[in-house]
Design a protein around this ligand. Structure first.
Ligand SMILES: Nc1ncnc2c1ncn2[C@@H]1O[C@H](COP(=O)(O)OP(=O)(O)OP(=O)(O)O)[C@@H](O)[C@H]1O
Ligand SMILES: [Mg+2]
Length: 316
């Protein structure tokens, strides 16, 4: 019988990675591409109670992402702490996860993003007279000063993955990355109708979506008129387990992929093949083969029935 050959050259030389290297590796779980970063930052803005959130991207977010919100802002001390690993204001113990109402809870997103980009935070709370500006370069603090800002926060991310060329190589073409940003933007707008969202591509306003009260009006802001005319609201269904509401396209409308099927569980955008199949089944064969509808489906469950902590991206 052949002996197993160990290919590790440094056998018996286990080392603990320095924190600044370990976090760059861990960052891959949260920060894969610009749209993941935008999702984390906008979710922070929503958690901060914002009613207006503006997203600006240059080169599909690979060279620059700016998110401005009018939420509660951070004190200078909190802003400095926010990029530390496991720094969160949202939970204190793991039991809090059973009744969590915020998107964030890991205290990981800003720390991860900070380790792979040039990050700056400008922020002001209602009670502070002046705002705070703090800038880091790939995890190293480079500036801290006072700066004028309205109540709320602006976070700027530049030069994503410049310090990890191998990761940068895995970014797709700018058009593909921008498409992922647009899909995320649509999901956020559908999910949070009471928030005014804007998306700028370089200096061009790509979407302007003031708050609305009806889902159909959000569809009108987001999709071409052709689709808006073909969406029908669902009658809300509630039983002892869950409630389901939403909007779906008519059978005569179809798309070539599943990208316009949006599913939300307790206001978290998720991807779920079983629910997607159930939606398709509802069309009872009226869609042509390999064609897909557009839909936004909202499922509400008791919070202790949902484990938000299955995956770092919180998408399952
Ligand atoms: N836009 C913002 N407005 C106000 N506070 C913010 C904002 N962004 C971040 N923070 C503060 O910084 C902390 C760290 O943010 P971060 O996204 O890293 O962690 P989190 O949201 O707590 O958890 P998760 O890693 O799951 O997102 C937050 O808990 C919050 O207190
Ligand atoms: Mg967060």
């Amino acid at each position: 019988m052949q002996n197993k050959v160990c290919t590790m050259t440094n056998l018996n030389k286990i080392k603990i990675l320095p924190a600044h290297e370990a976090i760059k590796i861990a960052a891959g779980e949260v920060v894969e591409r610009p749209s993941n970063i935008i999702k984390e930052l906008v979710e922070n803005s929503i958690d901060a109670g914002s009613t207006k959130i503006t997203i600006t991207v240059h080169q599909a977010g690979t060279s620059l992402i700016i998110i401005t919100d009018n939420g509660c802002g951070m004190s200078a001390d909190d802003a400095k702490l926010s990029v530390a690993q496991h720094a969160t204001s949202k939970i204190t113990t793991v039991h809090d996860l059973e009744s969590i109402t915020t998107f964030g809870f890991r205290g990981e997103a800003l720390a991860s993003i900070n380790s792979v980009s040039k990050l700056s935070i400008t922020t002001k709370t209602e009670s502070d007279q002046t705002g705070t500006y703090i800038a880091w370069s790939f995890g190293n603090l480079i500036e801290e000063s006072l700066r004028t800002h309205q109540t709320g926060t602006t976070i700027q991310i530049a030069d994503l993955f410049e310090n990890i060329p191998a990761r940068k190589k895995f970014l797709k073409k700018n058009e593909t990355e921008f498409r992922a940003i647009v899909t995320l933007f649509q999901a956020l707008c559908l999910d949070y109708q009471s928030i005014h969202f804007q998306l700028y591509d370089e200096h061009k306003l790509h979407f302007n979506c003031p708050a609305v009260t009806k889902l159909i009006d959000r569809c009108a802001q987001l999709f071409d008129f052709n689709l808006y005319n073909k969406m029908i609201p669902l009658t809300e269904l509630t039983n002892s387990l869950c409630s389901v509401s939403g909007i779906v396209s008519v059978p005569s409308y179809y798309r070539y992929d599943r990208n316009q099927i949006f599913i939300f569980v307790n206001n978290r955008w998720i991807k779920n093949i079983d629910i997607t199949k159930a939606i398709m089944k509802g069309y009872a064969g009226q869609l042509p083969p390999q064609k897909f509808p557009a839909a936004a489906i909202f499922i509400t469950l008791p919070s202790d029935q949902v484990d938000v902590n299955i995956h770092p991206k919180k998408k399952k």
